[in-house]
Design a protein. Structure first.
Lengths: 305, 602
């Protein structure tokens, strides 16, 4: 899967750590996005029902009604027509840079959650910019740390890259001010992508996300988790301390692994159920998942919508 | 409960390991940064109580598992009643063959009943049992059934008394030295006088005859009175043992002369006059009418007949002279210079300290010239005469001169006051530490004065002639000079001053070189003649936990104490169950979380 034609590796399907080793944020993100788009049969947000945009080679699975029969008659080649949506999308990416995001359960073998989320956000923004959507960025911890207004220019990518590269782990987590800032930043209905480990005040965050949805925005929540948070391991007793709140608990992971995994599963289910009830898309993302998989899931049109 | 391998119980220390590990595990653990602590807190809040309980149960189960395994290794056994057969047992059989076992009750000798019961017990013994036979007057016999049966077949009433308490203690020591569960079986007529306290660790079963003991009268003691006897005849007192109250004729035969008779009742005494005897050693044969216990119906007693001492008492003070006069009037003393009383002269002398302290030095020089090994010393504090010597025990001494040995030795001490020599002899010279005067001692004004002077002049000063009495098997201290003991054809080389145990009743002559210097008259212990048995509650009081049964019940009861259940099997099963429980708990602890949310959701 990770190899494309000619034996070349597709960065979007590589292990995120290996991707990070390939170079800086902008370079690796471009590679990821290129690989991702190459693997797609068609552009993720490019439809067939509005204004014509361009032709491309027919690929098995394409609907025959979009085949350009004129070109077939002239050149004896199969091309299909692609159409531009009527209006460009305005997307605002909201990235959690709190202290808890700086954690990794396997240093050197897995990216910290923030590094992973940074690259994921960069890739997302590049995909959206490539299809001429306006993309903005808000980073926050216990307050809003940076805000880049949504623009559709290609130079926006550089600004976003700089903002992402400058994001460092902060302190606590307070999502509500950042989400409220989105309301001001997106005057028209748009897309809000909220990337966080969701170790925050759930009630406040849900209220803010529902408000965004109420304002007509499409909302996507990417719940970033380290595999070490999904399942705890180890035989020796340890004192586990929250880097943000300093809350601590002493236990032997071996004794609690199964019950803990159930607690996490239940928590994820509760998030997913609560968000879906409000029409908010939710994806759980672990930091060992190749970026391409996440992009595919995140950019897949919502079922029934 | 008893253990086949008690040393294995040291392994119980290992039972503390789970607890120790539990405590060690409570040390402060290392801190790990973990953002999702809120999930851990949620998890522990929901399951902490269940897991704490599981931890506690695991701790208990693991500790019990170790204890069960260690106990199984130690091989515990517990008494089981009413089960046929018995486990390997260390059994000590005490068969009371003391003289009283010769009593005939209901036409059957007691010992025969006891031996029959012992045989029945041996019939039930197995090769895995360890057996001992404890009897009177013989060391315990360890061996197999055949060995013990052979000893039982040859068993006859012993002349030696058996202290049942001592026998139980001895048996207890034997069985406790064996790793098998121990039991003690006492087969006895249970004479009350034979019982003494014991606290055996092993269970004790006491078997007693069903029939009452026969009425008995026995010879408790033969008392010849002051010795040596004079040649003009004397009088012997025979004390009769027994609690039957019966009256019996007593005959005394002296040196083959015609018997003299008296009539006495059990528990009383009878005086019998003896005919005049020539000078020398003679044997008095005392006999009772035969009854159901023959062992105490006869006794022998040696007496020595000699002319009374010819003593000169003028220098001994008026109190001693008065005593001499009494003795002279009773034929116990004659005038003469054979013994000088109060001064250092003649062939033999009883020397008293001078009234004037200034004369002590001159007296000591005379003693030195005579070769006496003692000297008079300084005035010493008084005290009471100690018991066990020639001197009358308990007599008060207000004043005395120290008696100091001239050489390195301290031999010849006949009496002491507060542990210090007060009456000593060196050769034919006797030294007294106090004058026989009320200012020095209250002896002159006591009833003990005349017998004391009699002993001094007739026996001590003329060379002590020992007239000892004892019972078979009982230790008797021999006089210093004795080198040999002879009884009939039997001879024992002995060391003077040592204890001698006569094996059988009879006259034992004490010899020093070729001379007879005394006698030891041995007769059955007078307590053997009192056949009254102890009540069951007395037995239980003296031997806590002892079970008293009839002789007929003894075969079933003998190994009942040794009928023990082996707990190794049940303990191993218990360990297996505990190990299963441990595995379930340990796995359940890991599964607990999976089940709990589902249960909560349901």
């Amino acid at each position: 899967m990770a190899l494309a034609q000619g034996g070349r590796a597709r960065p979007d399907l590589l292990d995120p750590v290996e991707v990070a080793r390939l170079g800086g944020l902008e370079v690796t993100t471009a590679g990821v996005v290129e690989g991702f788009l190459t693997g797609l049969h068609r552009s993720p947000r490019r439809g067939f029902s509005v204004e014509f945009a361009e032709h491309r080679m027919y690929q098995p699975g394409d609907e025959l009604r979009y085949v350009d029969w004129k070109i077939l008659g002239r050149n004896d080649r199969l091309y299909v027509k692609q159409f531009e949506e009527e209006t460009n999308l305005r997307a605002m990416l909201v990235l959690d840079t709190s202290a808890s995001m700086a954690w990794t359960g396997a240093p050197g073998r897995r990216l910290p959650k923030l590094d992973y989320a940074t690259r994921l956000v960069a890739a997302l923004s590049l995909v959206l910019l490539r299809q001429r959507d306006a993309v903005g960025l808000i980073t926050f911890d216990d307050a809003v740390r940076s805000q880049t207004p949504a623009r559709a220019r290609l130079s926006q990518w550089r600004l976003l890259g700089q903002a992402l590269a400058a994001s460092t782990p902060g302190k606590g987590t307070a999502a509500e001010p950042a989400l409220r800032r989105v309301v001001d930043a997106l005057a028209r209905r748009g897309l809000v992508v909220f990337v966080s480990d969701l170790l925050l005040d759930r009630r406040l965050a849900l209220t803010a996300l529902r408000f965004l949805r109420h304002r007509g925005h499409s909302v996507l929540v990417l719940h970033v988790m380290d595999p070490g948070e999904v399942r705890i391991e180890g035989a020796e007793e340890a004192r586990y301390e929250d880097p943000e709140t300093r809350e601590a608990v002493i236990l032997r992971p071996r004794d609690w692994a199964d019950v803990y995994a159930d607690t996490v599963t239940r928590t994820v289910k509760e998030w997913r159920a609560a968000l879906r009830r409000s029409g908010i898309a939710y994806h759980q993302v672990t930091t060992d998942t190749p970026f391409g998989h996440v992009l595919r899931d995140a950019l897949r049109p919502p079922r029934g919508g | 409960m008893a253990f086949l391998q008690p040393w294995a119980l040291l392994g119980l220390l290992a039972a503390g390991i789970p607890i120790l590990l539990h405590l060690l595990a409570r040390r402060e653990p290392p801190t790990v940064a973990f953002p999702a602590v809120r999930y851990l807190l949620d998890t522990t809040r929901e399951h902490a109580r269940r897991l704490r309980l599981q931890h506690l149960l695991l701790l208990i189960v693991r500790t019990l598992l170790v204890i069960a395994l260690v106990l199984a290794a130690a091989g515990p056994t517990v008494p089981l009643r009413g089960v046929p057969g018995h486990g390997p047992t260390a059994l000590a059989l005490i068969v009371d063959d003391s003289p009283s076992s010769g009593a005939v009750a209901g036409g059957t000798p007691r010992l025969q009943e006891l031996v029959s019961a012992a045989r029945a017990v041996l019939d039930r013994a197995t090769p895995d049992d360890r057996l001992w036979l404890v009897t009177a007057g013989a060391p315990p016999l360890a061996g197999d059934v055949a060995t013990l049966r052979a000893r039982l077949d040859a068993l006859a009433p012993s002349a030696t008394r058996l202290d049942l308490g001592a026998a139980v203690r001895q048996a207890d020591a034997l069985v406790r030295a064996d790793r098998r569960p121990g039991a003690i079986l006492v087969l006895s007529d249970l004479q009350a006088s034979a019982l003494s306290a014991a606290s055996p660790g092993a269970p004790v079963v006491v078997a007693r005859p069903a029939s009452a003991p026969p009425a008995n009268v026995g010879i408790a003691a033969v008392e010849p009175g002051p010795e040596p006897w004079g040649p003009d005849g004397n009088r012997v007192t025979v004390r009769l043992a027994g609690d039957s109250g019966l009256t019996r004729a007593v005959t005394v035969r002296a040196a083959g002369r015609p018997e003299r008779e008296g009539l006495g009742a059990a528990g009383g005494a009878v005086g019998v006059a003896t005919p005049a005897l020539p000078t020398g050693w003679h044997t008095l044969a005392v006999a009772l009418e035969p009854d159901e216990l023959r062992a105490d119906d006869s006794a022998l007693r040696a007496v020595r007949v000699a002319p009374v001492a010819r003593a000169e008492c003028a220098s001994a003070g008026r109190w001693a002279e008065a005593a001499c006069e009494v003795l002279r009037q009773n034929g116990r003393l004659a005038p003469g210079a054979e013994v000088a009383f109060g001064r250092l002269a003649g062939a033999a002398a009883v020397v008293l300290p001078p009234e004037d302290p200034a004369l002590v030095g001159a007296l000591n020089r005379d003693l030195e010239r005579r070769g006496v090994a003692w000297r008079y010393g300084a005035v010493q504090a008084g005290g009471a005469v100690d018991s066990g010597g020639v001197a009358p025990a308990g007599a008060r001494v207000q004043r005395r001169l120290a008696l100091v040995p001239a050489g390195s030795g301290r031999s010849g001490v006949l009496g002491t006051v507060g542990g210090a020599p007060w009456l000593v002899r060196s050769g034919s010279v006797v030294l007294l530490g106090s004058r026989l005067d009320p200012a020095w001692t209250d002896l002159p004004v006591s009833a003990a004065m005349v017998p004391f002077v009699d002993r001094l002049l007739n026996r001590v000063a003329r060379g002590e002639v020992a007239a000892l009495a004892g019972a078979p098997g009982e230790p008797v201290l021999l006089p210093d000079r004795v080198s040999e003991v002879r009884a009939g054809d039997r001879r024992w080389g002995v060391e003077g001053g040592a204890a001698f145990r006569a094996p059988a009743p009879g006259i034992h002559w004490l010899l020093a070189g070729g001379d007879t210097v005394g006698s030891l008259s041995v007769q059955v212990d007078p307590r053997e003649g009192v056949l009254a048995p102890a009540a069951d509650r007395e037995v239980a009081a003296l031997w806590p936990g002892a079970e008293v049964v009839r002789l007929g019940d003894v075969p079933a009861a003998a190994f009942a104490a040794g009928a023990r259940g082996d707990l190794r099997g049940p303990l191993l099963w218990l360990a297996l169950v505990l190990a299963g429980a441990e595995a379930l708990l340990a796995s359940g602890r890991r599964r607990a979380g999976a089940a709990a949310p589902l249960a909560a959701a349901a």
